[in-house]
Design a protein around this ligand. Structure first.
Ligand code: PMP
Length: 399
């Protein structure tokens, strides 16, 4: 098949998508006013799909740290961590993240995506086993491909299914890495972490938890589901990202295992890419302190998240199984989801549109994320738009 034949359907779909004048997949933000407000397509919009859970993207501490680092160290490192791209700030952030989790060591990567790619392909290879929750993020799936290990999926959030599959592995369990997420990115539900840890301890294997959406959101000091469930010491690797609660860009893995440091030498997504810019590292270090001390922000976040989840549930929307700052409405067809997304946009609300396969199952999602920076009035306006638009999904999405 000629190279571009496979793009023909995509091109047709895209033309249809753009006929309404604004691209739901990448509409440029023309001006950003605050963590919750921006100008898009000439319209002042409430941002309700940013993953900016604690609303820290304009925190003066982060801005100041970034400005100072920019002036002191320049715009970029121009190199890999393994060559000229390890600055003292990268090492300091690694120490601070390790301290935050109370573990021996940490590796900082250039994005959260690369943290998963780098850890999974660094730890496992052909002959090893990756046992992953079926709803894991694309970066975990891509890490599995890069690794070349055998991939076994267990049913989403089903520790009994995980147990069954671990038992079948026999001796291979010693070279098995189990992977789950803290809060799942699409439906906002949490892993049954205590049960998963118990299965690992009884049957074997190593456990990696991706806390991309739970860092800053769960736990007294914001360490995520490992803190909330009090199983931190029993999890082998925690991966996270700087791009959500930490409001920068980058990723990390922390672990108590002494071998973690060796992964640097074998992980291609660590070795063959440039390291995060000094200003990003500096703002992330400042944000980490705000996350750690951010209990009041977490309380505010959860109050708003529960209120919005409850309101949307009362309206009859089909939501994820539990209240969470990630609130996704499941919609049967792409066309309905697209029309609904435009409807929200016309009401001045920006959310995420998710088509399969990025959404679990073959449904589409209109995905919101709540921020501690949302005012009560903004949450009310978001809920009011959902109330007005409910008839659009009335027949297809009745509960
Ligand atoms: N893991 C999960 C669960 C995610 O949802 C994401 C991004 N949405 C990533 C990893 C990748 O993070 P980043 O955007 O920092 O590359």
């Amino acid at each position: 098949m000629p190279l571009f034949t496979k793009f023909e359907k995509l091109a047709r779909d895209r033309t249809a998508l753009l006929s309404s004048g604004i691209d739901p997949f990448g509409a440029p933000i023309e001006q950003i006013f605050s963590p919750t407000e921006a100008l898009i397509n000439g319209q002042r919009i409430i941002l309700a799909g940013t993953n900016n859970y604690l609303g820290l993207s304009f925190a003066p501490e982060c801005l100041r740290a970034a400005h100072e680092a920019l002036d002191r160290e320049g715009t970029g490192t121009t190199g890999s961590r393994m060559a000229n791209g390890s600055f003292s700030g990268h090492r300091a952030l690694e120490r601070e993240l390790a301290e935050f989790y109370g573990v021996r060591s940490c590796i900082v990567f250039t994005t959260g995506y690369q943290a998963n790619l780098g850890m999974i392909s660094g730890l496992t290879g052909p002959g090893d086993v990756l046992m992953i929750d079926a709803d894991c993020h694309a970066s975990i799936y891509d890490g599995c491909k890069l690794s070349g290990a055998d991939v076994i999926r267990f049913r989403h959030n089903d520790a009994a299914d995980l147990r069954k599959r671990l038992k079948r592995l026999g001796e291979r369990v010693s070279s098995t890495l189990i992977i789950v997420e803290g809060i799942y990115s699409m439906l906002g539900d949490r892993a049954p972490l205590a049960d998963i840890v118990a299965a690992k301890e009884e049957l074997g294997g190593y456990l990696l938890v991706d806390e991309a959406h739970s860092l800053g959101v769960l736990g007294t000091t914001g360490r995520g589901l490992v803190e909330e469930t009090n199983v931190g010491e029993r999890v082998d690797f925690v991966v996270g990202t700087f791009s959500k609660s930490l409001v920068g860009i980058g990723g990390y893995c922390v672990s108590n295992l002494p071998e973690l440091d060796l992964v640097r030498y074998v992980s291609r997504p660590y070795v063959f890419t440039a390291s995060p810019s000094p200003s990003v590292i500096a703002s992330t270090r400042a944000a980490l302190k705000l996350v750690r001390d951010g209990k009041p922000l977490r309380e505010k976040l959860w109050r708003s998240a529960r209120r919005m989840y409850q309101r949307l549930a009362e309206l009859g929307y089909q939501l994820g199984p539990e209240p969470s700052p990630v609130i996704a409405v499941t919609v049967d067809t792409r066309e309905q989801a697209l029309a609904f997304w435009y409807g929200l946009f016309e009401h001045g609300i920006y959310v995420n549109l998710v088509f399969p396969p990025a959404a679990p199952g073959d449904k589409s999602l209109v995905r919101c994320s709540v921020s501690a920076a949302h005012t009560d009035e903004q949450i009310d306006r978001i809920c009011a738009a959902f109330a007005t638009l409910k008839p659009m999904l009335a027949s297809a999405n009745a509960t």
